[in-house]
Design a protein around this ligand. Structure first.
Ligand SMILES: Nc1ncnc2c1ncn2[C@@H]1O[C@H](COP(=O)(O)O)[C@@H](O)[C@H]1OP(=O)(O)O
Ligand SMILES: [Mg+2]
Length: 347
């Protein structure tokens, strides 16, 4: 019997790889300003969505972008650039085992209308049942703009459970401690079948598992942006756990990837204020990756993240991701730090 989701996995990896090549070339070719990330975002979503649609025409997509601004008169310049870049990425000869059947390779250029429709196909509202894909074409836009970490993220959710996660990290060192090995990795997980790291070209799969950690070699992975995740709360939790090493700060779901391969011991993301709801495309691929590498992902109450509530995870209780042995300790420290905060607010 073949493994479940064999075709889905191949198509997803190929789509993410093409989108990574595209975002790299956007970064290298264009002026570094806010428009750069928009161009990359739209073009990468167009590419991934086109490839998914060709392979799985019935599957709905929850994507970060929609094409409304591009369809407007004012979007003409950007639109033309995006169509050109998306088509380059779709037909480019990457010397890989891509399949023309899935809308990649020579002669597969799309019209403007087809690509705008592909972007708009990301408008699915999500929900508790059925199959759906999530796309975050450039997660960590701030990191992308700085030439640091960002990630191209894709997941398949079935009945609110994440079954496949694929995360492309073009700027991530193959091994954080061996920079000479170069950068560019793709992380892939299939529920029940493990997690692996590939090179950006899709070669050399290495299985991933999170090693056991002690307080001495443990440290947090956290956002660069203090507005996305409270640094001071993480400092307090670190102190409660006796962690002495400074946190590893990086943008995007690259944090889940590093955790899955044993770099840092826990990813902690606590809300900085009220109001922001985490999006499912920002956590679905990372969740299955960490779980398949042997870790646990919950919110700050110890509850699993709920991917069946729509486009967001609902009320924001934060995220704790860590190895099996570390997670209970982090959860306990998080709850202690939360009750300290409550106590302070009361006094
Ligand atoms: N107030 C916020 N709290 C948490 N996450 C946020 C907030 N504002 C934006 N984000 C999202 O955080 C993600 C990046 O997180 P990180 O800091 O780990 O790199 C992005 O997807 C970004 O969404 P958006 O793309 O809509 O800006
Ligand atoms: Mg994102």
């Amino acid at each position: 019997m073949s493994l479940p989701y064999t075709t889905e996995k191949q198509v997803a990896v190929a789509a993410v790889r093409r989108a990574c090549v595209l975002t790299n070339s956007v970064f290298n070719k264009l002026v570094k300003n806010e428009t750069l990330t928009k161009v990359g975002d739209y073009a990468a979503q167009a590419v991934i969505s086109s490839i998914l649609h060709r392979a799985f025409p019935e599957d709905p997509i929850v994507g970060e972008e929609d094409a409304a601004d591009l369809r407007a008169e004012s979007g003409t310049g950007m639109r033309e650039r995006i169509i050109e870049l998306a088509n380059e990425a779709l037909v480019g000869e990457l010397g890989l085992d891509d399949n023309v059947e899935w809308g990649m390779g020579p002669g597969q250029e799309k019209t403007t209308e087809e690509l705008l429709d592909a972007i708009d196909r990301g408008n699915y509202p999500g929900g508790p049942s059925g199959r759906m894909w999530t796309i975050d074409p450039i997660d960590g836009t701030k990191g992308f703009l700085r030439g640091e970490q960002y990630a191209v993220c894709l997941s398949l959710i079935v009945d609110a459970q994440v079954e496949i996660g694929v995360i492309g990290c073009p700027n991530l060192p193959v091994d954080l401690s061996k920079p000479e090995q170069g950068t560019g990795c793709i992380f892939v997980a299939v529920r029940g079948h493990g997690a692996e790291q590939l090179t950006l070209s899709g070669a050399s799969p290495e299985p991933l598992s999170i090693p056991a950690s002690t307080s001495e070699n443990l440290n947090f992975l956290e956002s660069v942006e203090a507005a996305h995740s409270s640094h001071s709360f993480n400092d307090r939790v670190s102190a409660l756990l006796g962690i002495t090493r400074p946190p590893i700060r990086m943008d995007s779901q690259a944090k889940y990837c590093c955790l899955a391969r044993g770099e840092g011991g826990a990813y902690l993301r606590m809300p900085t204020g009220v109001g922001y709801r985490e999006k499912i495309w920002d956590h679905a691929p990372g969740q299955v990756l960490v779980e398949e590498a042997g870790g646990i992902v919950t919110d700050s109450r110890g509850q699993p993240l709920n991917f069946g509530l729509g486009r967001t995870l609902g009320e924001n209780f934060g995220v704790i991701a860590a190895g099996k042995d570390v997670h209970p300790r982090v959860l306990e420290a998080v709850q202690k730090a939360l009750s300290e905060e409550k106590e302070k607010a009361r006094v």
